[in-house]
Ligand binder design. Structure first.
Ligand SMILES: Nc1ncnc2c1ncn2[C@@H]1O[C@H](COP(=O)(O)OP(=O)(O)OP(=O)(O)O)[C@@H](O)[C@H]1O
Length: 242
């Protein structure tokens, strides 16, 4: 199963990715989290993992990714390059603890110019090439917004977790994500995160899962502690897998 997590900036994509990853590992799944959000230092902290080399660094940096992208354009890319199972992804690009691992696509350095296309390309090839068995779950934490939909990553996922917070802007974006999921024939699960008491009655849509606003997330983040999944994550998994 391949799951894409999408939503507005700061709505809780990484928080939900990390909680679902931990929950599933605890249930006996082998979990690979792909960090495709280049401005995302929180995911490693939430999972208590050290940072390791990115996939882009492994392939020669942004330049290496661009060369591969051009090769694909000319039909000359060795498609075997990304044909990995969870067992043969190079260890140096995996931050791993038990049956949960994180792989980061690439970080755009401050001095770097140009678009994020080479990293989008790598994410797409990775999702296309990776082979999961029945026990494997891949969760891709995307950058804020819906630009990544244009990079073709969505072609290789089964489910979209659409994370919204209770704001008009976030819900507006979620509506677009639902439309994109529908046009791609993907299962769409709407999570209302940071929900305040009674707020659901004021929403124009009915979320599939509601995660309350909880200041413990903020405290854990300030104290640099690992995240602990909330009980609603089980409900989220039922909606995804049911
Ligand atoms: N249910 C919640 N209640 C309170 N705070 C929350 C909740 N969920 C997430 N947060 C906090 O909101 C902030 C943003 O969360 P997170 O980093 O997961 O969002 P994001 O969507 O991944 O952000 P970005 O778009 O920047 O990658 C964090 O400080 C996190 O601890």
């Amino acid at each position: 199963m391949k799951i894409l997590v999408s939503g507005k900036g700061g709505c809780g994509k990484s928080t939900i990715t990390a909680m679902l990853g931990k929950y599933l590992e605890d249930k006996g799944y082998r979990v690979l989290i792909i960090d495709a959000d280049e401005s995302n230092p929180g995911l490693y902290r939430m999972l208590g993992l050290p940072k390791v080399k990115t996939l882009a660094e492994h392939l020669g940096g942004r330049r290496g990714a661009k060369i591969l992208m051009a090769a694909e354009g000319k039909g000359e890319l060795d498609e075997e390059l990304f044909n990995w199972t969870l067992d043969d992804i190079p260890g140096k690009i995996l931050a791993r603890k038990g049956n949960l691992a994180v792989l980061t696509i690439g970080k755009i350095e401050e001095a770097e110019e140009g678009c994020a296309c080479p990293y989008g390309f790598l994410a797409r090839k990775l999702l296309e090439g990776i082979n999961l068995d029945d026990n494997g779950v891949l969760i891709i934490d995307t950058e804020a917004g819906i630009e990544h939909f244009g990079r073709g990553i969505d072609r290789y996922v089964d489910v979209i977790i659409d994370v919204a917070e209770p704001s008009a802007e976030s819900l507006e974006l979620s509506k677009k994500i639902e439309g994109l999921a529908g046009s791609l024939g993907l299962k769409h699960v709407l999570v209302l995160n940071k929900a305040l008491p009674g707020i659901e009655d004021k929403l124009p849509v009915k979320p599939d899962v509601v995660i309350p606003y909880d200041q413990r997330f903020i405290i854990e983040s300030l104290e640099g502690r690992e995240i602990r999944p909330v009980s609603q994550v089980e409900e989220l998994w039922m909606k995804i897998s049911g």
